[in-house]
Design a protein. Structure first.
Length: 220
């Protein structure tokens, strides 16, 4: 069981420290509600030589130690990139909290093994989270956004992705504590963008609040 310290922001803006324990970290893939959007994302990856998934959607379990809130991600090549996703924190099989994350992936390794590529680099989240119940009634209005080196590269409402209840059901998580990355949205221009600085956010236009985070890629 891994423990992480997080900050829970209430609807009113108050901040409360919490300790969250989990023993599973799952990465979703190809989780769009629109079949055409899913196929478009598969085509984006195919253009990079990455094979089609065995199933749609797919889930990849990775080491819990990969979850990180670091502002620097060390990589070994030039063809790595993040992707913005919503992130669910599940407690005892129930949807408890939500935040935003970036599934940083090695695209060269992905050509031979999608699962291995997911295991190589951190899955970055900010320390700030919201209660799922506070956003449940307007979930589809929440907005995901990613900028790469200051250029808007991904943006979409959560209505483009499977809703949390469906994602949780398909993940197979039962009475457990887990963190689930939702799978990503399409890239603007249908083209992955490689860069040095990744800034991503989850915006709630109804409540007028935002969770944002940035990290820098450093080649070793």
């Amino acid at each position: 069981m891994r423990r992480i310290e997080l900050l829970l922001q209430s609807h009113e803006g108050d901040i409360y420290p919490i300790l969250f324990e989990f023993d599973k970290l799952l990465l979703g893939g190809w989780t769009g509600r629109n079949r055409e959007e899913v196929l478009a994302h598969i085509e984006e990856l195919r253009n990079l030589g990455i094979p089609e998934p065995e199933g749609v959607p797919s889930f990849f379990p990775v080491s819990c130690n990969l979850l990180d809130s670091s502002v620097r991600v060390q990589v070994i090549g030039d063809r790595t990139c993040g992707e913005v996703e919503y992130v669910l924190l599940v407690e005892g099989g129930r949807l408890k909290y939500v935040t935003v994350g970036s599934d940083h992936t090695d695209r060269d390794v992905e050509r031979s093994s999608i699962h291995l590529s997911k295991q190589l680099y951190p899955k970055v989240i900010p320390p700030l989270i919201w209660s799922y119940e506070e956003v449940r009634d307007h979930w589809d209005e929440l907005i995901l956004r990613m900028q790469v080196d200051g250029i808007l590269s991904q943006e979409s409402k959560l209505s483009s992705l499977l809703p949390p209840e469906e994602l949780l059901r398909l993940s197979g998580i039962a009475n457990e504590n887990a963190i689930i990355f939702s799978g990503s949205i399409s890239w603007i221009g249908r083209t992955l963008r490689f860069g040095r600085r990744y800034s991503f956010s989850l915006m709630d236009p109804v409540a007028g609040r935002r969770i944002g985070f940035s990290y820098e890629v450093v080649r070793i």
